[in-house]
Design a protein around this ligand. Structure first.
Ligand code: SF4
Ligand code: SF4
Length: 987
């Protein structure tokens, strides 16, 4: 490996001669790397720059004048060394080696090159040496077998040459540690876990091993029967993953003849370094679902008064949906005929049944639908005033679409009632960050973990929710970074942590106050940093003085000695960073929780330097960008307050209209307002699905039904669309150009991959059409024109343009995007606050709003699964993702299950004071006694029927992570409730 040069240090070099070409390289450089530097190609099979070299395949041997040939990928250069890479003897050696390997390969497929991974390096070599399985005299075939158990990855052991690239990809890059070896001698194979079938192993189907395999032993299967053509025959479109806030760069390979994506591969970008998770690599086929909306729809007269149309959304329990087939097994077998749609295709569990909902709508032209939308919204506005209108934008749409949407609501209707799902994920983090450091964005990147010596990951399950970011965390630990994991659940991250502090739910403030108490007691604060850059330290010290480790232990359940050890570790860290998720933010004390994290970093000087800082891991692909672009009721773009006269005047001038000086309503306030006289009467819903994503959805159901007019613009007939008056068919991420900002502040371009289905249209154009119809003089012709306008109003995005974002995107702030990637570490000299100081806000621990009692003795925690995404509208229509994870489950501690006589896989009812759902038990060692976990992706068992709509007073975020529930066997539940129908509606 090449020795990296430290800034300001000189590196010793050596000079070698390779095939007569002199090369001067840093000491420690391998012959392979030195040869590349002087344009000498050395063939390799086991080696790839992404993995540590192992030198096992011997294809790269070269003559260094020694007794034996040396493997160039591992042998370091020595000063004065003479290297020959292509002598006759070396070539003969390589040809024999290739013939030996090719003899064991399976017969050539019709297309011998196609592996859907890297090019088939072995077949390329065989062609070069003119050897083949068909012509060799060697005995052919290894008979080591085939493994088709994974739904999207095929394993052909016969094609495996045991180069270990997949092992290093799985272990060293993704940190999944699934692949090893099994057997001896000729019978040796790669093995998954304890030689399990791949599909039954702990493999998370990230596909990194497929991307690594040089021979076609690990290949992608065709998804949805679209055969995978040779790479050269496919169109490569560089884009970005549409799922989580990590924003991995990828390339879609598109079969233009079939009008479909054939496969996706990670591509290099500083943040994701060619890595992907299962969603990015295999979850793209949702866009080609036969359930896509392709025509505008208008509700028919007979469908009034409005209400839920399907059994799932009504909350009926006596339908067979979501039961996962006979016995509820994961294969989904035995689903009833009811699951077949009009097209006769089986509908996976939890998808809308078009036969159930379509009779309530009729198809319309765009003209008719848009005219109706504009007329109804204008009428409501004229009648009820600006406050009668509200809009939910989308964190899945582009920056440009978010900007136009908030501009339409503000300039077109004179109200700031515009919000999006940031309210449901990190609103409290943003509130605390603004107050504390003057900026809602992360202060450093997730990749900066490489420079940290201690990391706290808290209230987050990154292996499921930010999988590629988690691979960098795991990699950092292998290189010596200590990881402290603070979370009520023992998710996979706990297995990669030095400490897992399994706090009781809702006790984060007490835990961090206990840590800070101890840091201060041990004198481990950074006095210089506090004196120069922090305000209100004394008040904080007084508050945490009341939280000695013993008291913190009593509240949190983490023993006092562990609290002391973690405090010492954190206090002594020379660089420490905190990554947090919704386990911190989604509480009624979410802002207090984040305030504690800001204080943790500030009192130890862990902000504003490499490997140190604050990073709320953003959920959706563009929740950072949508927030930046102003899709928030209290801020114009770039977090410029709507209640500042000077700011408002600037935006009034830019947009040529008067604007509302009052802050608008948030997501949850808008839902509440729709239920009140004189409240919100008309709504524009772009890509949001509050019926599943908002808390206490019995209330949401009533609110949506109570609206005088609702227009839903989406790619599928969502649960929310059942309450719509007009439904507009929108574009998926794959069908348009636009920019997206990831959790690191990296602004990247998503590029159009496929054509729109039917009459579906690009979202920004639809927003513009409505804007024109309500009287706004808009004539944008492209997303880049919109981007230029928004950047002119957003100092943080200054200098960025579509044409200087490049293939990797750019971090903001960025003084010179033509030449630099942007700023990784913020606040190196001052914070963004008025006085430049970090403002500490001490917090007292407060219990959650609804504590368990005799009737509801368990605490419910809701969240996401690796394979699914938010309300499931995309992932449940992906073959790979829905096949791997098709069933709604409640995760229970073994003792809680045993106490109730419940067995793994049994169907149960979970009820809270607000509703009841029916789903399947998963006995899980990851839960604490007395706590249950339910993912919120499943419409047939909507977790948010159970959650409470109490909100954090500052961030206005609901308490998704804590409410009291009971879990019961079905028999017991029936006896309790006396009915098996419409239980979802009980309140
Ligand atoms: S798909 Fe990913 S987790 Fe599974 S074996 Fe391959 S690298 Fe490992
Ligand atoms: S980590 Fe996130 S952005 Fe990356 S591939 Fe997975 S879902 Fe997509």
């Amino acid at each position: 490996m090449t020795t990296l040069e430290e800034p300001g240090t000189s590196v010793r070099t050596v000079t070698v001669e390779i095939d007569g070409r002199p090369a001067t390289v840093p000491e420690g450089t391998t012959i392979y790397d030195a040869a590349k530097q002087v344009d000498v190609d050395i063939p390799v099979l086991c080696h790839n720059e992404r993995y540590d070299p192992v030198g096992v395949c011997r294809m790269c041997v070269v003559d260094t004048g020694g007794r034996v040939f040396a493997a160039a990928c591992v042998r370091p250069c020595e000063d004065g060394m003479t290297v020959k890479t292509d002598t006759e003897e070396i070539e003969r050696n390589r040809a024999v080696l290739t013939e030996l390997l090719i003899a064991d390969q399976p017969p050539r497929a019709e297309d011998p090159k196609q592996t859907t991974t890297a090019d088939n390096l072995l077949l390329d070599l065989a062609d070069g040496f003119d050897v083949s399985r068909e012509t060799t005299d060697l005995p052919c075939g290894s008979g080591r077998g085939h493994d088709s158990s994974n739904p999207v990855i095929d394993v052909d052991h016969d094609a495996c040459i045991l180069c270990d690239r997949c092992v290093r990809a799985c272990d060293d890059i993704q940190g999944n540690d699934v692949i090893g070896r099994s057997g001896k001698g000729y019978a040796t194979t790669i093995a998954f876990d304890l030689n399990d079938p791949m599909g039954a192993s702990s493999c998370v189907t990230c596909g990194e091993c497929v991307q690594a395999c040089p021979t076609g032993a690990l290949t992608n299967k065709a998804i949805n029967n679209i055969p995978i053509q040779p790479r050269e025959q496919l169109d490569a479109v560089d884009s970005v993953c549409p799922y989580c806030g990590v924003g991995c760069a990828l390339t879609y390979y598109v079969d233009r003849e079939r009008g479909a994506i054939a496969f996706a591969e990670g591509r290099d970008q500083p943040g994701s370094q060619s890595r992907l998770c299962v969603k990015g690599r295999y979850g793209w086929d949702y866009a080609a679902s036969p359930q896509r909306l392709t025509m505008p729809l208008i509700r028919v007269d007979s469908a009034y008064p409005k209400g839920a149309l399907s059994a799932d959304v009504r909350g009926d329990m006596d339908n067979d949906r979501g039961r996962g087939g006979a016995g509820g097994n994961r294969s989904g077998g035995g689903r009833s005929e009811k699951r077949k749609g009009r097209d006769g295709r089986r509908k996976p569990g939890g998808l809308v049944d078009y036969d159930e909902v379509m009779p309530y709508f009729r198809e319309a032209t765009w003209e008719e639908a848009l005219d109706l939308v504009a007329r109804k919204l204008k009428e409501i506005h004229a009648d009820g005033g600006p406050g009668a209108i509200a809009g939910f934008g989308s964190a899945k749409c582009s920056n440009e679409e978010a900007y136009l949407f908030q501009k339409l609501i503000r300039a077109g209707f004179g109200t700031n009632n515009v919000d999006h799902c940031t309210r449901l994920c990190h609103a409290s983090s943003v509130a605390a960050l603004f107050e504390g450091v003057g900026s809602g964005a992360v202060s450093t990147t997730y990749g900066d973990v490489a420079n940290a010596d201690v990391v706290i990951i808290t209230g987050s399950n990154p292996t499921a929710n930010h999988p590629v970011a988690s691979s960098f965390f795991k990699q950092a630990r292998r290189r010596g970074t200590k990881i402290v994991y603070v979370d009520p659940r023992a998710s996979t991250v706990a297995e990669h942590a030095d400490y897992h502090c399994q706090v009781k739910p809702g006790t984060d403030v007490a835990f961090y106050n206990g840590i800070m108490h101890e840091v201060i007691r041990l004198g481990l604060i950074d006095r210089e940093f506090i004196a120069a850059r922090v305000s209100n330290y004394d008040e904080l010290a007084r508050t945490v003085a009341d939280y000695p480790p013993e008291r913190a232990a009593q509240i949190t359940g983490v023993d006092a000695d562990t609290i002391r050890e973690v405090a010492k570790l954190w206090g002594e860290a020379s660089a420490g960073v905190i990554y947090w998720g919704m386990g911190i933010s989604q509480h009624t004390t979410g802002t207090d929780n984040a305030r504690c994290l800001i204080a943790m970093c500030s009192i130890t000087g862990n902000v504003g330097k490499p490997g140190a800082g604050l990073h709320p891991l953003r959920g959706q692909n563009n929740v950072q960008g949508a927030s930046d672009a102003g899709l928030i009721p209290m801020f114009y773009p770039d977090y410029q307050g709507v209640d500042s006269d000077a700011t408002r005047e600037r935006f009034e001038q830019a947009w040529g209209t008067k604007l509302d000086p009052k802050r608008g309503l948030t997501v949850t306030e808008i839902i509440g307002s729709a239920l009140k006289p004189g409240g919100v009467r008309g709504m524009y819903m772009l890509g949001e699905n509050p019926f599943l994503s908002d808390p206490n959805i019995n209330k949401v159901r009533k609110a949506l039904a109570a609206l005088d007019f609702l227009v839903v613009q989406d790619i599928f007939f969502t649960e929310t669309a059942e309450f719509a008056d007009v439904i507009l068919p929108a574009s998926s991420y794959l069908e348009k150009d636009g920019s997206y900002t990831n959790t690191d502040r990296r602004v990247q371009l998503g590029r159009k991959v496929m054509d729109l289905p039917g009459q579906a249209r690009v979202d920004w154009e639809v927003v513009q059409d409505i804007a024109q119809r309500v009287g706004l003089d808009w004539s944008y012709t492209s997303p880049s024109e919109v981007f230029d306008e928004m950047v002119a109003l957003m100092p943080s995005y200054a200098n960025l343009r579509h044409d200087n974002l490049g293939l990797s995107g750019k971090l903001y702030p960025n003084a010179d995007p033509e030449h630099t990637d942007g700023t990784i570490v913020l606040f190196d000299e001052r914070f963004n606050t008025d006085d430049g100081l970090a403002h500490l806000v001490p917090a007292q621990w407060l219990p959650a709003k609804e504590l368990p009692d005799a009737e509801y003795p368990l605490v419910l925690n809701t969240g996401r699964l690796l394979e699914h995404w938010h309300t499931g509208s995309m992932t449940r229509r992906s073959f790979a993702l829905d096949t791997i994870s098709p069933i709604a489950e409640v995760y229970l501690h073994p003792k809680d299950a045993a106490d109730r006589g419940l067995a793994h896989g049994e169907r149960v009812r979970v009820r809270s004071r607000r509703g009841v759902i029916e789903l399947q038990v998963r006995i899980s060692h990851r839960e604490q006694l007395g706590n249950v976990f339910i993912p919120f992706h499943f419409r047939e068992a909507a977790a948010n029927l159970l959650t409470i709509d109490e909100i954090d007073p500052f961030g206005k975020i609901p308490e998704f992570k804590f409410c009291a529930v009971q879990v019961e066997a079905l028999g017991a539940a029936r006896a309790t409730n006396g009915s098996t129908t419409a239980l979802g509606a009980h309140e």
